[in-house]
Design a binder for this molecule. Structure first.
Ligand SMILES: [Zn+2]
Length: 461
């Protein structure tokens, strides 16, 4: 008899492009996550290749969460013929709508800029997909409740989504097929998230896919004064009449950064300077968080944060252009994209990087090949809009914002699974990180752990 198989179509040996194709004994196909490859050019080029199986042959997509590296390939899949349901939680649906519209808008605009600026000799200046493709993908989103056993494909498959505590709506998914069970961890949050409820351990299964973003690292122990590196950088930057740029993932990171800044001002650790949130996507995500109080920690009240009197929400592109047209003094700007690969952050970088009085605070994981990674690696100049911009501003990193479990937290998550897995696949990590985690899993849990290669297919029973 045929058995279920799993094919690793992304996030294998890299952090982006999450896509796992589950084929059932009947031949039915389900795709778990549908992420975009990001970062290095050789990875980004994978987005342009034809999908490995005919997209119309996929019966459904299950989404763990709304980060672009997990959902932003959906419009491309739809453009190539997929028209089945896309199952996700309510929070994920809300954020996925925002992420897909933004991704499509950026695709169209960057293609247009490259065409008119003439600085895209190598990449064809056309969008991977359009806003219309994104809107079609959005019509296919269907919601599930956390902790319910949901029968899909006429009962051939059951899925249970449990809270992953990573971003709003994020889930780990336990899947039961006619012949086996599999757990897809999605991205797993830390035991304490700045605003969300903590992760829940799903039921165990013989096969587990575990993320390994920080598979070779431990986050710093919580300090007495949280985010002091950031507070100190803000104080000295404002004292020298500079401004602080905080690139932040529009979804989740902006919420966490604002919450910390509000608290720092209340505790008089930083001066009450203007705080600009210059990201329409972040503003919409902020609304989504405010509307899903059931997913938030009980002590979080977004109204307290969004009603701070020094907060300036920058919506229109005219206001954004005004903000980046001349040097800013004594202000904080939160903007996206978080890895500085596109969006309004690039205009702020071009304006702020050449001056030593300014400071950029990096708050999130920076994939290889992104501007953010280059800044952390200490480059002296950075290419923007086809020109080299000198990097003279101070660059610091605040690692306390991580919403990914570290290696020990992942081991703890795996150890809590009941029953224990027979095989763990370490996905969603750069090779060193995934390999280090696999070695720890084998050594500490006595479980077979594998780092799959892109395109690898395994039998599950
Ligand atoms: Zn994520």
């Amino acid at each position: 008899m045929a058995s279920s198989t799993l094919t690793f179509l992304g996030a294998a040996g890299t952090v982006t492009g999450s896509k796992y194709l589950l084929t059932l004994p009947s031949g039915a196909r389900v795709l778990i996550d549908c992420g975009m490859f990001q970062g290095l050019k050789r990875l980004r080029q994978l987005n342009w290749e034809p999908f490995p199986v005919p997209p119309e042959s996929i019966d459904a997509v299950l989404l763990t969460h709304a980060h672009a590296d997990h959902c932003a390939y959906l419009p491309a899949l739809v453009k190539q013929g997929f028209d089945g349901p896309i199952w996700c939680t309510q929070g994920t649906r809300r954020l996925t709508e925002i992420v897909l519209r933004d991704a499509a808008f950026l695709q169209e605009r960057d293609a247009e800029d490259a065409r008119s600026g003439g600085y895209s000799k190598h990449d064809p200046p056309r969008p991977l997909y359009t806003v219309a493709d994104a809107e079609r993908a959005i019509t296919l989103l269907r919601t599930v409740q956390f902790d319910d056993d949901v029968a899909l494909l006429g009962g051939e498959l059951t899925a249970r989504y449990v809270r992953a505590g990573h971003i709003l709506g994020s889930a780990s998914i336990h899947v039961t097929t006619p012949d086996t069970q599999i757990v897809f961890s999605g991205d797993v949050g830390r035991p304490v998230h700045p605003v969300l409820q903590p992760p829940v351990i799903p039921p165990g299964a013989p096969t587990v896919l575990i993320e390994s973003t920080y598979g070779d690292r431990e986050h710093p122990e919580p300090a007495d004064l949280p985010h002091e590196a950031m507070a100190d950088a803000i104080r000295r930057t404002i004292a020298r009449s500079g401004s602080v740029l905080i690139p932040a993932f529009a979804v989740d990171r902006t919420e966490a950064v604002l919450k910390e800044l509000a608290k720092m001002i209340r505790d008089r650790r930083i001066p009450r300077v203007p705080i600009y949130v210059n990201s329409p996507m972040a503003l919409r995500a902020l609304d989504a968080y405010s509307d899903h109080a059931e997913d938030l920690r009980e002590d979080i009240h977004f109204d307290d944060i969004t009603e701070m009197r020094n907060l300036v929400l920058v919506e229109s592109s005219e206001d954004s252009k005004k903000l980046t047209s001349s040097p800013l003094e004594g202000a904080i700007v939160i903007t996206s994209s978080g890895m500085m690969s596109g969006g309004r952050v690039v205009h702020h970088l071009a304006q702020m990087l050449p001056a030593t009085r300014n400071c950029v605070i990096v708050t999130g994981f920076q994939a290889l090949g992104t501007r953010g990674r280059a800044l952390l690696d200490g480059v002296e100049e950075l290419k923007m809009f086809g020109e080299m911009v000198p990097v003279r501003a101070e660059i610091i990193r605040d690692e306390e914002f991580s919403v990914h479990a570290d290696a020990s937290e992942i081991i703890g998550w795996l150890r809590a699974l009941e029953p224990q897995p027979r095989t763990v696949y370490c996905v969603h990590g750069e090779p060193d990180s995934s390999t280090a985690l696999a070695a720890r899993i084998t050594a500490e849990l006595g479980v077979n752990a594998v780092v799959p290669e892109l395109g690898h297919e395994v039998r599950l029973s």
